[in-house]
Write a protein that binds this ligand. Structure first.
Ligand SMILES: Cc1cc2nc3c(=O)[nH]c(=O)nc-3n(C[C@H](O)[C@H](O)[C@H](O)COP(=O)(O)OP(=O)(O)OC[C@H]3O[C@@H](n4cnc5c(N)ncnc54)[C@H](O)[C@@H]3O)c2cc1C
Length: 419
């Protein structure tokens, strides 16, 4: 049975960062990465650009073969883990191979969460999580005249824009009253929705899909209000969730994801989890599946350092959401508790909507500290805002200036902290 001191399942942001952290502390211990993907590692965040044709599928890899050889990391592609035996300290892949480990990291990310819709089994549809998904979708766009995108989250909105720019007539169906509701308040989303509508996208907010039926090479979708739409292409972007079936019977504690502490340790000895598959400490308490790239990177680094017994490594600081979003040459950002509501007595919410200029800015403070910010068509540095939150910087002395000019004041504060 092949054996590896460090075995990492998943070769994306979390897994790669863990491998790098292990190698910083242990240059020689055997290190193997298993990935079900047949490609070299890539970032899912690049996939919208593969769909649009801006990025070539053969030019998006995060690491090349030389990297793995140089750092003595064995990358095994096309190996999907289907079972984990924590008693025997081994995992089994879909090729029937068993791998023995001393220390195991599960960094398997998340998979599309497709809702149960009557008729969906009979209809061809697309999702967008892997490079193969992106290439299939790109090719299908070339043959489509009409499309329905189910879900107005970041992935669905990116896809709707790409489809529109390719000349496809697009309808976006979203069950929440407004688009991007996980990141923006109604007023901010309204600006984004108007931009989409002005570019010809039909935004059907507050609606769900009741049924779909095959029609020719595409389908007919029926909404919950009884209206119907015909589409050559159906794309489902209703969020993701960690795939955990291979952990059945393993004793690994799970909830929405694999439960981990601030060192990314699970409840089972010698077993860590990081990235989109992990449910770890939130910055403001609780345990959550973060689902964003910066958390996957940070968690992977923490897990790798802990696996290699790097005692100097810092624990995970807790996930703070950070999303930047570009749409039709415009932009929006959302950091931290950006949708926290006005009714919360612990929070101070300052919101400015300029409908004429189509700009939006919302700052959320708690006890004089920034806890969330969202802007549309108004630039602030998302990384600086993220740092102000993570470092719990006291804004009280500069509060008025920060509310009036968050970008400049944020830069000033960070230049003082970094000095
Ligand atoms: C289209 C799109 C756009 C995005 N845009 C943004 C963005 O703008 N900003 C942002 O912060 N985040 C964004 N994200 C989310 C971001 O990509 C993820 O948070 C990040 O990739 C998580 O990294 P990860 O390593 O945990 O998992 P993933 O990147 O999902 O990688 C999981 C790895 O595990 C492998 N794997 C899965 N199951 C198995 C198995 N059973 N056996 C073996 N290998 C397995 C996969 O092949 C892959 O290598 C986007 C995601 C998508 C899909």
């Amino acid at each position: 049975m092949p054996r590896s001191k460090y075995l990492i399942v998943g070769a994306s942001h979390a897994g790669l960062e863990a491998a790098a952290a292990i190698r910083l502390h242990d240059a020689t211990g055997t290190l193997t990465m298993l990935t079900r993907d047949s490609h070299l590692p890539y970032s899912p965040t690049i996939l919208p650009y593969v769909v649009s044709g801006r990025s070539r599928p053969d030019n998006i890899f995060l690491r090349d073969e030389t990297y793995f050889a140089k750092h003595r990391v064995a990358l095994v592609r096309g190996a999907a883990v289907v079972a984990v035996d924590t008693q025997a300290a081994s995992v089994r892949t879909d090729t029937g191979a068993d791998w023995q480990y001393e220390r195991l990291l599960l960094a398997t990310g998340a998979a599309p969460d497709v809702p149960p819709v009557a008729g969906l089994d009979e209809v061809p549809f697309h999702v967008l999580r892997t490079l193969d998904d992106a290439v299939r979708l790109r090719d299908a766009i070339g043959r489509a005249e009409s499309a329905v995108v189910l879900g107005a989250g970041l992935v669905g909105m990116h896809a709707a824009e790409n489809l529109t720019k390719s000349g496809v007539g697009v309808s976006v169906i979203e069950k929440e009253p407004h688009a991007l509701s996980g990141y923006f308040s109604a007023a901010a989303s309204s600006i984004i929705e108007q931009t989409f509508a002005a570019n010809g996208v039909r935004m059907r907010m507050g609606r769900t899909l009741a049924a779909v039926a095959r029609q020719g090479r595409g389908c007919t979708v029926t909404l919950d209000d009884g209206s119907t739409l015909a589409a050559d292409l159906l794309l489902i972007c209703t969020g993701v969730k960690p795939a955990l079936a291979h952990l059945d019977g393993s004793g690994v504690a799970t909830d929405r994801g694999i439960l981990v502490d601030d060192r990314m340790r699970t409840n089972v000895a010698n077993l860590w989890a990081a990235g989109d598959v992990a449910q770890g400490p939130g910055f403001w308490g609780g345990r959550l599946v973060s689902g964003i790239l910066p958390s996957a990177v940070q968690q992977g680094g923490v897990a790798g350092a802990d696996m290699a017994e790097d005692r100097g490594a810092k624990p995970f600081s807790g996930a703070v959401p950070l999303n930047t979003y570009s749409f039709f040459d415009r932009h929006a950002i959302s950091v931290g508790m950006s949708t926290a509501n006005h009714g919360n007595p612990d929070l101070e919410v300052d919101e400015i909507v300029d409908e004429d200029r189509a700009t939006y800015r919302r700052i959320v403070l708690k006890e004089g500290r920034l806890v969330g910010i969202a802007t549309v068509n108004e630039f602030v540095d998302p990384g600086i805002m993220w740092q102000l939150i993570l470092r719990r910087i006291d804004l009280a002395p500069l509060k008025a200036a920060f509310l009036a000019r968050p970008r400049e004041t944020g830069r000033l504060l960070m230049s003082r902290i970094w000095r």
